[in-house]
Write a new protein. Structure first.
Length: 492
């Protein structure tokens, strides 16, 4: 199937494409600025500048109008502070509503396609909106469903403890990327190298240590305080104990590790863990680790490329608890091929029964460079199935005393849903919250790492590291110089 968009008065192609992808990941589309031809399935989208800005969308089958939607600026609250955002919102709303009628699907997050939904609440509060006014904005402007509005407020109750503009502007968080894995999961698109020779890994770690040291020096020069450290990947636990010590010894030159509020290490794959490695992490003052099952269904683990069984996850979790880790996170993914809500119930009941401090629940997203995306003949949104799965998660987590503490969304995500972090009281991951809500500067080190540097009120400058080992190594000074330029005198 093909949908042809005709634009009049605007060129919001990116927004139109995202509006379509909320409902359909398979239909092709074309965008034109020429006259309406009246053939096939078409959407005519008009934006009119007048005394009151307005937008209209009409969905046609050949020459017959099937659905029509009109909105004007009088009903829009937050976007009136920025004319471009206002116009985009009106166009998106009209296109969304004709597609909603055509597909007969009513998305939980309405017209929203962005990553950071909770930021809408923070922005509205900065504009002195009451809770009731914010509810109206979510409900009427963005068409978010009531259960999701409640979820956003529940998350904000926990996040608010970490929102202090003065402290946030003085802090930075160090992200360290380890782009190596024991195998490649079919759903993953992160930059990672499988079965990489030790010589290459050690060469990478030499460059990484150099970048970490120079980055810390720049941060200290700007008098920024190190708030948290997060080692992600890839699979950081694929490193040897000596290689892990090398990374932390670089940081120890500048900081006493026991004084750092939070150090997270993604020890995600149980096939890369043993008692000695977990002890190595503990000795380096890592106080939060992730041991990530994704599912407790052994058949699914095999099919997605994981080289371990569910019993291995339980075994390594119990060893980590025995060693004394106070905060352990466990990830699961909803919508893995072949699974239904009964599989999810089995997974969450086993995991919640282990009683980890954090459980992070991802909805499967079709990522551009993943094997799953390449091999899928059809991309399924699975609205009803994902909804049932999230209901099971919510039911079990609430019963076990978990609260949602952060949330983000992705493009091409099943069910147009979300990824949610659940936590036991007082055990939330600080890095996840300040990173997702863009509250503090993130300085990323390593292959493909992203820095987000606060350069003004509500303004961040991103800096993305190179994604090939050779380029990262050869051009490391270029990366450091860019960080120096952005840090400069821009930090508030």
């Amino acid at each position: 199937m093909m949908i042809k968009f005709y634009f009049l008065g605007h060129d919001y192609e990116y927004e139109a494409r995202n509006a379509l992808r909320v409902f359909d990941l398979n239909t092709d589309f074309e965008i034109t600025y020429s006259s309406f031809e009246g053939r096939g399935l078409s959407i005519v989208s008009c934006l009119e500048d007048g005394e009151v800005i307005s937008a209209k969308a009409q969905l046609y089958k050949d020459n017959e109008i099937l659905y029509e939607s009109c909105f004007n600026a009088n009903g829009i609250v937050l976007e009136k502070y920025g004319i471009k955002k206002l116009k985009k919102t009106l166009v998106i709303k009209t296109i969304h509503n004709v597609l909603k009628s055509y597909y007969n699907v009513y998305p939980d997050y309405g017209i929203l396609t962005g990553v950071r939904v909770a930021k809408i609440l923070l922005t509205a509060k900065k504009h002195s909106k009451s809770n009731e006014e914010i509810d109206d904005i979510l409900r009427n402007t963005y068409e978010v469903k009531e259960e999701k509005i409640k979820l956003l407020w529940d998350i904000l109750k926990i996040e608010e403890k970490y929102i202090d503009e003065y402290s946030n502007n003085k802090n930075y968080n160090l992200y360290i990327g380890i782009p190596f894995c024991p195998s490649k999961c079919s759903y993953c698109s992160f930059t990672s190298y499988v079965n990489c020779p030790q010589k290459k890994i050690n060469s990478y770690l030499d460059t990484l240590a150099y970048e970490i040291e120079k980055t810390i020096e720049l941060a200290k020069k700007r008098k920024l305080c190190l708030h948290t450290i997060y080692l992600g990947g890839g699979t950081p636990s694929v490193l040897s104990n000596e290689q892990i010590d090398k990374i932390f010894s670089t940081i120890k030159k500048h900081y006493e590790l026991f004084r750092i509020k939070e150090i997270t290490f993604e020890a995600g794959r149980p096939d890369t863990l043993d008692k000695e490695k977990l002890s190595c992490l503990k000795n380096n003052f890592v106080n939060r680790i992730s041991i990530n099952p994704q599912t407790m269904n052994d058949d699914t683990l095999l099919s997605v490329g994981r080289k371990h069984l569910s019993c291995d996850i339980v075994e390594k979790y119990l060893i980590a608890k025995e060693i004394g880790f106070k905060t352990i996170n466990m990830d699961i993914i909803l919508g893995l091929p072949g699974e239904d809500e009964s599989d999810v119930r089995n997974t969450i009941e086993i995991i919640a029964g282990l009683n980890p401090e954090n459980i992070t629940v991802h909805s499967l997203a079709y990522k551009k460079h993943s094997e799953l995306t390449r091999e899928s003949a059809k991309f399924c949104k699975d609205y009803e199935l994902i909804k049932k799965m999230h209901y099971v998660i919510k039911e079990v987590c609430e019963d076990k005393g978990y609260k949602p503490y952060y949330m983000y969304r992705q493009k091409n995500i099943k069910g147009n849903s979300e990824n949610i972090g659940y936590t036991k009281k007082g055990r939330e991951c600080i890095y996840n919250m300040v990173m997702i809500e863009e509250l503090e500067t993130i300085l990323g080190c390593g292959l493909g790492a992203t820095s987000k540097i606060i350069t003004g009120e509500n303004k961040h400058e991103p800096l993305r590291n190179f994604k090939s080992l050779e380029e990262y190594s050869k051009r490391i000074d270029e990366i450091i110089n860019k960080k120096q330029t952005l840090l400069g005198d821009n930090i508030i």
